[in-house]
Design a binder for this molecule. Structure first.
Ligand code: ADP
Ligand SMILES: Cc1cn([C@H]2C[C@H](O)[C@@H](COP(=O)(O)O)O2)c(=O)[nH]c1=O
Length: 217
């Protein structure tokens, strides 16, 4: 049975790498992927991994009907054996419904890759819809790590090196950027996300008042 699978994890845990590996292994067996992405750091119409691999993809722009796109491609004689969708968190909920329809009505597997929650620990609308509709949710095997050594489960945003919890939900960016870079990201365990402690602030020994484990009178 074809499936809608959501491969999820934090930033920098190997999602795009896995997407490229799936495409590579299947193309070695003659299977043709239709690859969608949205707002990849490498630019429009690209699916890129931090390991240096990049491939062309169809930019799933706002308002694009993904089901209709696949039907058009096939009606024009294009070959589509399955779909890969990277940065799926950026898709609108109705585009996720269209992907489910691709699975159910066109009998194609759809492999979607994305982060579940934003820098405020809130679900992206696209990820929420994937959790609601996916046949399977797979957590990536390679764990990203918090600076403390625990498994990283949350994504933090920094502005000018300081962790922030307010702002636009979508700001394309990367981890391991110099502190002075305007917007950066860092993966943290929940404990340190709650305490607003990034690697830099931990190194500096900075504790904000709400970090203290005792409640004030
Ligand atoms: N120089 C490197 N050597 C080995 N592995 C690396 C290197 N740089 C990045 N990686 C691996 O690539 C992963 C990030 O892959 P990527 O597909 O870009 O992540 P995601 O799409 O989840 O953000 C890192 O977790 C790490 O395992
Ligand atoms: C947490 C968070 C992330 N983003 C952006 C930053 C990156 O461009 C992508 C995630 O890409 P990755 O391949 O998984 O590293 O999402 C955002 O816009 N808003 C956020 O809150």
């Amino acid at each position: 049975m074809p499936e809608l699978v959501f491969f999820s994890g934090t930033m920098d845990c190997g999602k795009s790498t896995l997407a490229l590996q799936i495409a590579h292994n299947r193309s070695a067996r003659g299977l043709q992927a239709l690859i969608f992405t949205r707002d990849d750091r490498a630019g429009e119409g690209k699916l890129s991994s931090r390991l240096g691999l990049v491939t062309d993809a169809v930019e799933a722009v706002r308002g694009m009907d993904l089901y209709a796109y696949v039907v058009d491609r096939v009606s024009q004689g294009g070959r589509v054996d399955y779909l890969i969708v990277d940065e799926a968190q950026f898709l609108a909920p109705d585009q996720i419904d269209q992907l489910a329809r691709v699975v159910d009505d066109l009998d194609l597997d759809v492999y979607a890759f994305g982060i579940t929650t934003d820098f405020r620990t809130r679900l992206f609308p696209g990820s929420q819809r994937l959790i609601e509709l996916a046949d399977r949710i797979e957590t990536l095997q390679v764990e990203a790590m918090c600076w403390c050594g625990a498994r990283a489960t949350h994504n933090a945003r920094t502005v000018g090196g300081e962790m922030v919890v307010e702002g636009e939900q979508v700001v394309v960016g990367d981890v391991n950027r110099p502190a002075e870079t305007e917007v950066g990201y860092e993966v943290l365990c929940r404990r340190h996300h709650r305490r607003r402690m990034t690697g830099a602030s931990a190194r500096a020994g900075v504790l904000s008042p709400d970090v203290l484990p005792v409640a004030s009178a």
